[in-house]
Every structure is written in C-alpha cells, then in structure tokens.
Design a protein around this ligand. Sequence first.
Ligand code: GLC
Ligand code: CA
Length: 542
Amino acid sequence: MATRLATVRTTPARHLAPEGTQEWWRTAVVYQVYLRSFADSNGDGIGDLAGLRSRLPYLSWLGVDALWINPHYPSGGADGGYDIVDYRAVDPDYGDVADLEAVVADARQLGLRVILDVVPNHTSDQHPWFQAALADPDSPEAARYHFAPASEEPPNNWRSLFGGPAWSRTPDGRWYLHLFAPEQPDLNWRDPAVAEDFDRTLRFWLDRGVSGFRVDVAYGLFKDAQLRDNPGSYSPTLFGHGPEQAMTWNQPEVHDVWRRWRAICDSYPDTMLVGEVCLADLEQVAQYSRPDEMHQSFSFRLLKSGWSVDAFADGVRTALDAFGSVGAPVSWVLGNHDKDRQVTRFGGGEMGTARARAAALMMLSLPGSPYLYAGDELGLPQAVVPDEAKLDPIFHRSGGARAGRDGCRVPMPWNASAGVGFSPDGAADPWLPIPAEWDQFAVSRQTRDGGSMLTLYRRALALRAAHSALGSGDATVSTRGDVLTVRCVGDGETVRCVLNMGSGTALVRSTGTVLLASSTRVRHSGRSVALPPNTAVWLAED
Ligand code: GLC
Ligand code: CA
C-alpha cells in the first residue's frame, strides 16, 4: 500500500495571541530572512524591505510565526551588515525606517512577528564613535573601545575568528581589538555609555513595533579586564569555543547585560530575545536563557553535526536537558547564513536532499522554537560562487584557504524566468551571482509540485500547528541501530518521528496513522512502516 498522507487543511487564519496571554516565542517557528538576498523591489540587484514586504504573504502561506531579519542597518559592508555604522537607521540599500515600519505593520496583519538583528559586540570602523576615537585618543569615544599603547607586539595572543591576530594598528600606531574583522572594532562594555546607547537602540526599534531581537555574539561583549593571554592555542572545537579561549568569551559580567535587556523587553508586550552563543558547552549556552535573561539562546548542535545517529541523538538530548534545566525552550537550528546549506552538508544531490527532508521532519517535531533559514525550504544547495565574486572576509582573510559563507547567501529563486524573479525584469545583476540552474528550485515551481521540498515544509508546518504533540509536546529520544525516534506526547496524543540515518531499510512497528513522510518511498502496510535510508516519518499512535 502506498504511503498514506493525511490530508492537510490549509493553515487556518492565525491571529496574534492577545497581548500578554501567551508566551508565543516558546514554540514559534521563526523564518530567517537574509534581507540582501530575499527580494529586490527596485532592480538594483539587492534585496530590500519593500521586496520583503511584497513577499510576506508567501511567509504567511508557508505557515511560519515570525521572521528574523539579518542586519538592515547602514554598514561599512565588511561583514555582510554585521559592521554597523548607525544602529538607529536603515541602510539606504534596503529602504528607510518607514519601510521597516510598513513591513512590521503588514506582517502583523498576517499574524507574523518581526525580530531584528542587533550587534552589540562591535561596531563598524566607520561608526562615528570609532572615527572620533581614531582622531583623538583622549576622547570619550576612545574609552568605548579597546585601545592599547603603541608597542612592537600586540598586547596579547588573542586571535580573530576570521583569521590573524585580534589586534590591528591605528594610523598613529596604537593597537585596537577586533575579535572579528579589522573593520569591526570591539566595544568596551565596561564604559557605561555603551550600555546606555544600546538601551536607546532597543527602545527605538521596540517603539516601532518589532517583537524582539536576535543578539549577535551574545557570548562576547566583555573581555578579561587584564587582557591576559588565552591559555590554549586557538582551535575552536566542533561545537564552539571553550576554556582555551577563556579570556575572550563568556565573561560573567555579560549576564548583567541580558538582565538589563530583558527588563527593557519586559516593558513591551510580547517581545523576546534570542542570543547567538557559540560555546561548546551547552549547559553554559543555556545559562544565557535563564528566566531573567534572554528568552532563548540558539542550540547549534544539529547545525554542526554530521549525518550520524549518535550525533543527532546527542544533539537533541543535550539540548532538551540543558535548556529544560533553566526552563527555556530549545531554539533548534539546522541552517543559517554562516554555515553550508544542509543539502550540501548532508552529502549533496539526491542523497543530501533526502536527508535534508528527513532532518526537517525531525526538527519540526521537537518541542521548542525551530529557526528556518530562507531557501532551506526550497532545498537550495550551497551555491558555487566564483572566487572573484566572493565578499566574505573569512575567504579573503584566510587567503582563500577557507571557502567562506557566500555560497549560502545567494539570492532566492522565486520563478522560472531568466533572473529567477529575484529582481524585476531588466534589473542590474544580483549582488551575488545566482547559478543558472536555480530556476529548478523556484518557489513558483515547487508550489505546484506535491512532492517538492516546499510542499513538505508547508505540510509539516500545518500539521505542527494542528497537533499539540508536535512542537509543544514532551519529547523522549531513543535510538536503535541507525534509527532515531523522537516520541512526542501532548494533550493525550502521541506522535513518533522516526528517522532512518542508516544505509538499509528500517522496519518500524506501528498500528497508527502516517501523518507525513519525507519520501513517497516510505511504505505503510498492516502493522509496520518501512523506511528506506535517509527518510523520516511522523506516526500518530492510536
Ligand atoms: C555572528 C554572525 C556572523 C558575523 C559575526 C560577526 O556570528 O552570525 O554572520 O560574521 O557574528 O558579527
Ligand atoms: Ca533593491
């Protein structure tokens, strides 16, 4: 018997929960919009706010609850917008503040919330503060960064995450600290003017109706006050930074910033903070989402795990335990703008696509708040970007040794026309080249294809909204051989997500109903379900 797919009703019109009645963020599906690559309204080859606004109905149709927009601020352009020149403005490439307000208002009409990106660890070197600090070492602005007197050697052994030393020289010979690119000088959070200015920034955007912030490098901000050498050589482990970099990250003082920001958010209804905390120890990551700090801190375990049942099981279990112990939901991540696309990471081609489909079902079954990276719902692979078109400082600062992140930031294909509908007809070239064959991934094609990745995501999101066991149940994880099972229980209902990560077909006993399968090759007959390699299924138990 062929796979039985439950009929999925169209997503019911969703309404924002009345203010203050529900912690919407605990189970929200958040869609990450890479603004520069989402939709270009005016034909300059750059995605913008008006383009995003015109595509909001797509996000509502897809069935997500909120969107997080990558940095929209005026920027020096050295690190994809993460080098900010003005925190309370919109980059003219993207529009203006009124355009952002229009996005927020339209989104609200559609039942979608908007989260902005905020970058407190560093500014752009073009920021007026840094410019004033360069001009005058005794200025108040100079105290807001980390400068050290001119000397032959940098003050310590700290390394930039993008390669090379974390210290560069000013024209007058001083050293300044940048844990990322030299165009991203680190702020000195021991200067109260820094914290006060960020308070203003948060309020500025909250007053415009946004529902919160994704906080960049939230494990940074404070550094060892004596600037002592890091104890170990610079070699981040697979899952993030650890004790070898004890002097640069995860200083205890940083938690006071999150308490302060939480208090600001709490004075606006229904807002939330999600932190990027790239520490190897997930228990430490979870400390950032204690009840009086941020609402969530990303769990990057699955994003950083290969296709291995032990890695996935461990990634899910440790996250449920660590965040559960502080009462925070897990924010699950399989893709973002910093990592190779899932399809490629999981082996590429048909196999990579099959695995990405199966992984999506697993992630969307889990309790908590999943983050979907724009284009992953289309099954986009990592694009091959010619070296001469690459912009990522990781590529350039490593002398080409590291490929960089451009390949996961290529514009979205919307239709099968020559320019794949990213820009209006006759527009300038897109800011990163779109591979010629990407019309095959276009939204317009996948909407009409019942077997497409997009259809799978949409069905999964509709079922997740309709079944309390999915996304908000209690989950237990078990493995048998290469088969991973997540058993989700909610409101008297049990749904099992079974994922076959091995190389042979797995047989699973079930008398229930197949709610959704990642592949038409999944077969349900009598009392068992046959799962070929790299497939997953949602089974509702009788
Ligand atoms: C975060 C962002 C990344 C950026 C870095 C520096 O890791 O996700 O894109 O390059 O911070 O701001
Ligand atoms: Ca544009």
